[in-house]
Design a binder for this molecule. Structure first.
Ligand code: KG4
Ligand code: ZN
Length: 340
């Protein structure tokens, strides 16, 4: 790749419209994020139609700001998984720009972006991931556990069977009358509460690497139904403890089973302080290094898409720069499995 190779990344899978410029796969020149929280707040969750409209309204401005008049060598966009309307907006924007600039275009897996976001520090790629590792991608739309043998060699061990962990935080926040998005709200309340106040279930689903969080959420709703005087901080602290224990336990078990010495945690819920602390503590006990995404890069952003695209180019060899402008979106895109 030529010196100062510049990738423009585009992210529009859910409720953030974002564009970022990454130079030489290292230096983050810009990472412009327009969050749609205000649009979705009163519904306590993402409304797909509103999200598509907001992406369409904002994408040109966000790209223009991220480019700041600079030249680019490649355009990358998140082609899935995500909401179809948002993905289409990202795709059309990326194709139009790539065609106009006569540069190649790459489609990136959004979840792979969350994994590589762990490499950023202070606007630069400073902490390369060490393989093999176990990855936990935990956000509002996804909760997945992967065994990553090497770059691009994934095995999805398990995923949530119902709610994603972040979704459970959002739903519990709604039950408690807290604002959207619920994760930071629940977490802030939990600081004042007792983590052993209520014994919510820890659904470990033995024999599988899958997760299930709707049961904890239902347990919270039954608790609220059956108790007149409740302490919001206690419920938040006990709920957070149950979710984090489940995530940490399964991730550690997977790391031990697959004999890896590194764990990477990405996605919006990776901003959670309790999760960070518990995972690092448990890792230390086992001699496993835990790599968390920096808080600032944990939620959806285009910098992680640009970085995942750079990795793709690095590993693709000749042919990667073939100009093809017709990359399809895939709302259910999954990372490629390297084996059984
Ligand atoms: O990665 P992200 O921005 O979007 C998706 O790809 O889903 O994740 C957003 C999710 C929301 O559900 C939000 O409540 C959750 O991440 N979240 C948190 C925290 N900060 C954000 N959950 C728990 N604790 C937090 N501190
Ligand atoms: Zn995401």
């Amino acid at each position: 790749m030529k010196k100062d190779f510049a990738i423009l990344g585009i992210e529009s899978t859910c409720d953030e419209t974002s564009a970022a410029l990454l130079v030489d796969g290292k230096k983050l020149v810009s990472n412009v994020i327009y969050s749609q929280i205000e649009e979705h707040k009163k519904y306590h969750g993402v409304v797909p139609e509103l999200a598509s409209r907001a992406h369409a309204a904002k994408i040109a401005t966000v790209i223009d700001e991220a480019l700041a008049g600079r030249d680019i060598d490649c355009v990358a966009f998140a082609r899935g998984p995500g909401l179809p309307g948002g993905l289409m907006v990202g795709r059309v924007a990326a194709q139009t720009l790539a065609n106009f600039k006569k540069v190649p275009i790459l489609g990136v897996n959004h979840l792979e972006g969350h994994l590589f976001a762990c490499e950023f520090e202070d606007g630069e790629v400073k902490n390369p991931l060490t393989f093999p590792l176990v990855a936990l991608i935990v956000s509002g739309g996804h909760t997945e556990l992967w065994h990553v043998k090497n770059y691009g060699q994934y095995k999805v061990l398990g995923r949530t069977r119902d709610d994603a962990a972040g979704e459970a935080f959002d739903k519990v926040a709604k039950l408690l009358g807290l604002a959207y998005p619920g994760g930071p709200q629940v977490s802030a309340q939990a600081l004042q509460g007792r983590r052993d106040a209520v014994d919510f279930p820890r659904p470990l689903l033995p024999g599988t690497w899958d997760f299930s969080f709707s049961g904890i959420k239902t347990a919270v709703s039954y608790y609220l139904r059956d108790h007149q005087h409740i302490s919001v901080p206690d419920v938040c602290a006990s709920f957070e403890q149950a979710v984090c224990e489940t995530l940490v336990k399964k991730t550690m078990l997977a790391a031990e089973k697959y004999k890896v010495k590194h764990i990477a945690v990405g996605g919006g819920v990776a901003a959670n302080s309790l999760l960070r602390q518990m995972m690092v503590d448990e890792g230390q006990k086992r001699g496993i290094a835990v790599h968390f995404v920096p808080r600032k890069m944990s939620s959806d952003n285009a910098a992680m898409i640009a970085l995942a695209a750079y990795k793709q180019l690095q590993h693709a060899g000749p042919g990667a720069f073939e100009k093809k402008w017709n990359i399809n979106i895939n709302p259910n895109l999954q990372v490629k499995n390297w084996g059984k």
